[in-house]
Design a protein around this ligand. Sequence first.
Ligand code: ADP
Ligand code: MG
Length: 705
Amino acid sequence: MANTKRTHYLDTPIEFLKGVGPKRAELLRDELDIHTFDDLLTFYPYRYIDRSRFYTISEVSGELPYVQIRGKISHIQLHGKHRTTRMTALLSDGTGRLELVWFRGFRWLKDQFKPGVEYIVFGKPVLFGKRYNIAHPEVEPVTPGAINQSSSMQPMYHSTEKLKSRGLDSRGMGKLVKALLPQAKAHIYETLPAHILEPLKLMPRDQTMLHVHFPESSLLLKKARARLKFEELFYIQLNLLRHKMLRHEKSEGHVFPVIGDHFNDFFHQQLSFELTGAQKRVLKEIRLDTLSGKQMNRLLQGDVGSGKTVVAVMCMLMAIDNGFQASLMAPTEILAFQHYESVSNMLSGLGLRAGLLTGSTKPAERREVLSALKEGHLPVLIGTHALIEDVVEYNKLGMVVIDEQHRFGVAQRARLWSKSSVPPHVLVMTATPIPRTLAMTLYGDLDVSVIDELPPGRKPIKTIHQYDRNRLKVFGFMRDQIKKGRQIYVVYPLIQESEKLDLKDLTDGYESIVREFQPPQYAVSIVHGRMKPADKDYEMQRFVKGQTHIMVATTVIEVGIDVPNASVMVIESAERFGLSQLHQLRGRVGRGADQSYCILMSKDGLSADARKRLEVMVSTNDGFQIAETDLQLRGPGDIQGTQQSGILDLKIADLTQDESILKFARGQAKLLLEDDPGISNPKNRVIQKRLQDLYHDRLFWSRIS
Ligand code: ADP
Ligand code: MG
């Protein structure tokens, strides 16, 4: 295939659009990542406002996002002692009066409004004291043109303060798009083939661009948006699925023919419990993968406490019994260390050794680990990203478990093991469940196993929300529980482990707890991220052995530590934690036979979102349900770790709302690959080109040439 670089009209730098110029172009690039005509064209409105509807002032209420009112403007006043800080005016339409207010632009504005002239005022009413006002409304005189122009859906575009100061507010952005569209129309090329567009009745792309920016009707807008959402999700899914298919096709995988002594020993002798049905099912799925001769790429989802670690360890044993090494990779050092502790523990009964490798492993230890690994004396290596560095050479790596919080995108995963000719099997585990749509988008190239069953005998954790002012009651409850022989976690938020303020919260809290729970009757441990590992370990061990009653900690205990006798989890400033983090923390209790409790402490005066989070925690223990709510509340961009993945920069699709489109798009992508696995059929040329444009890779075509 010739690799001639032909510049397309839509690749023209934005600077050359009439009304932009170098200064604004720079701002557009810096603030909104708009570099070219095409970038502007695909900078879709985030909302539309129906400007065909006029409201009267008496109809205005707080529920209305934006209103359009016809009226007269009077009583223009400037406020502020030495300099003007505010300008107000009154709008009246015979049904009432409403205040208009401006905080800048007075000089230009104050002579704009003529008495007796009727204006169209547009903006968002906000209740201020007892009266509604509209800040920085759009105002234009009533003229036949204005009415006409207003009688359609007006697009609203995101903008920034800097852009606004240069006239590029939502309206200004709209003007640019309006200027671009007529000249670009002929150059808008189709990105979906006819054999998809036609049966699905999708709007052609040029039409779509017109109607997504300046819809002629709400029906056309809906069709335009549906097409763009489908297209966006279709290409993401197609990309994921072709990665998956290629891997299946190309990647040879190690075969583990035997279930050997280590596995059997562990299963029959070491395990003190019966595996759940779900655990057994997942192990069978993995067993089949490792017999298939193809590389396994599997996502393991399961709620906190569902027993993923045991499954991971048994997978590693499958590899070891077949003469391979295994590794386990965690996203942080603390997590790596905790895994190291618990896995070493499980392996020690089998006479197997695990090594630990992180960024802070001392050079001598590092050398020892690396050489043992290379020579094949070290069956298991646990660590952070450090364990996939180039200097790390395995003797025979057969299985990799990645314990992650959505840290890798598909492209990174594909690169991970490119250095070995036969890649190891890969099992990705998530700490808590993630919403279906997110899983499909982030991990759509993986096969999925779900542990959807908790070990038997677990009593559901009782979760209670308490305000800080009821702290004495909580202390009383803690005393009762300690009297019954239970142990208690008290957790403080540490959003950034380096934040001094948070550490102060923790030490203050620790002191108040020590005051309340004094020796010799009570013993209290404290653990936080700033302690030396040895001290931390010492304190943890005291708690694990039951020598202390209360463990005051930051979120370092979030994952890993396993103390069945600890049955109470008090989470301080719970309003500051995200939902999945709260759920993960709560999962530290409820592991023994006793009734467990989670107490969410918060201040009064919670935000609506914080209140909702706490309510959800109180109402359910189901991690899958919590994950869905989390996505609804925060949107995919804010879910931990998703930013790094890059594939969630969705321009128009919304994972909280478009699940059915997503599933449909995935289905269509599957059909396409079944019909034309190489995407080489001439009827799919448009798709081939689009994939290259979007993903800049030559996944298929490099094979062919
Ligand atoms: P996860 O990593 O999924 O949050 P863990 O693997 O840490 O969960 O398991 C939680 C606890 O449940 C551990 O104490 C583990 O030993 C125990 N456990 C795991 N599987 C079972 C089972 N089938 N029956 C009883 N206890 C189990
Ligand atoms: Mg775990």
